[in-house]
Write a protein that binds this ligand. Structure first.
Ligand code: NAD
Length: 358
């Protein structure tokens, strides 16, 4: 009897700007790797984002989450356009999905690929290889707040941070478990010396959870020191656990020490798999280079590999990573990394190199 091929249903949301370029590039590689490993990706594309907002007054349909819910995963580019109010993309799209689907883990690896001359002198691929685990559904980004008489001389704006025991415990367990699989080292990046309620509670709950992981070396570091240390001594870090706001900023810094923001990959993960998880490069829609075919697709392609890992296709995910490394070593590089390859040239080279380094 003929066996049916394993098929994953993927919702594809290219979004705006270079999202329209890097997502098709990523899909090329994903379909190619799937054929090497005898599975299929059944994709459905949704034209949501700031462009959709301009036409329809909303970033996605009001039942957008219900539409996405049956999918195995979401493969996403970026949202935001210069002529659309930039307070809306996160509120109306990104956070709505991250929160609605309890994607409480934001998984952001950063490593220096051999063959890339990173901005840090004398640092090797062994020195830069870490994962930032950013809490993704609460903290400083709950978007609860208000304006109080904003036009008056006493005008005020308030944003609240919310840290719940449940929210901190679950992200801490995830990060400690990940540390166990890596170098058994976890750094909690915090600012509890000044955010004396929210982040002091964050530290306290993490340290309570840490008692069940005595095999993992734990340290606490303030974000000011961590920012300097990421540049001066990145080798100190392996798993970095941090809050929503701090993680947002540190992961761009981590992207920069890799050599370009265009390399950074991420997963917004619901570890229990009750809802689909969403995979996207860390960068935005880059309107300054959109439409030129020069965007670096590696962050999007690597995000696709993280998606396959989440779906259980470990060998396919590793094959993409190996192929990215080989392509970089062959110097098929986009403009932001000093090369002249187009977005599609890079994707095609990665596709052609699949399986070559085995
Ligand atoms: N998750 C998301 O959808 C997300 C994340 C960040 C920013 N944004 C949105 O994106 C828009 C632009 O924001 P921004 O300019 O602050 O950040 P950005 O990440 O879009 O761009 C910052 C700089 O990095 C460069 N860059 C980014 N990605 C690149 C790539 N793949 N290849 C080569 N160069 C790349 C850009 O050209 C730009 O110079 C805004 O509307 C913002 O709200 C969206």
């Amino acid at each position: 009897m003929a066996r049916t091929m394993k098929t994953y249903n993927i919702a594809v949301i290219p979004g705006d700007g270079i999202g329209q370029e890097i997502v098709p590039a990523g899909l090329k590689v994903l379909h190619a790797v799937a054929s090497h490993h005898a599975f299929e990706l059944a994709t459905e594309v949704f034209a949501w984002g700031a462009g959709h907002y301009k036409e329809h007054g909303m970033f996605m349909p009001s039942d957008g989450l219900n539409i996405l819910k049956p999918f195995d995963a979401i493969y996403f580019g970026a949202v935001g356009l210069p002529d659309v109010d930039d307070t809306l993309p996160a509120k109306c799209y990104t956070f709505a999905i991250r929160k609605g689907f309890e994607q409480y883990v934001n998984y952001r690896p950063a490593r220096l690929f051999a063959g890339i001359e990173g901005p840090l002198r004398n640092k090797t691929p062994d020195d830069i290889n870490l994962v930032i685990i950013r809490e993704n559904t609460e903290g400083e980004f709950v978007q609860a707040g208000s304006f109080v008489r904003p036009e008056s001389p006493d005008g005020m704006a308030i944003d609240m941070s919310v840290f719940t025991r449940k929210g901190v415990e679950r992200i801490a367990h995830y990060a400690f478990r990940l540390a166990r699989q890596r170098q058994k080292k976890l750094t909690n990046v915090t600012k509890s010396n000044t955010l004396i309620h929210s982040l002091a509670y964050w530290d306290q709950v993490i340290e309570e959870v840490g008692q069940s992981y005595s095999d993992v070396a734990y340290e606490k570091m303030y974000v000011d020191n961590a920012s300097a240390s990421l540049v001066l001594r990145p080798e100190r870090f392996d798993v970095v656990l941090t809050s929503n706001f701090i993680g947002d900023i540190l992961s761009d810094l981590a992207g920069a020490i890799m050599g370009s923001l265009g390399l950074g990959a991420s997963g917004n993960i619901n570890p229990e798999k009750r809802y689909p998880s969403m995979f996207e490069p860390i960068h935005g829609s880059a309107p300054d280079i959109a439409g030129q075919g020069i965007a670096n697709p590696i962050g999007a392609i690597w995000s696709g590999a993280i998606m396959l890992e989440h779906l259980g296709e470990m060998r396919a995910a590793q094959q993409i990573l190996d192929s990215i490394e080989l392509t970089i070593q062959e110097k098929v590089l986009p403009k932001d990394l000093g090369g002249s390859a187009s977005t599609m040239d890079v994707a095609e080279a990665i596709m052609d190199n699949l399986g070559k380094s085995e």
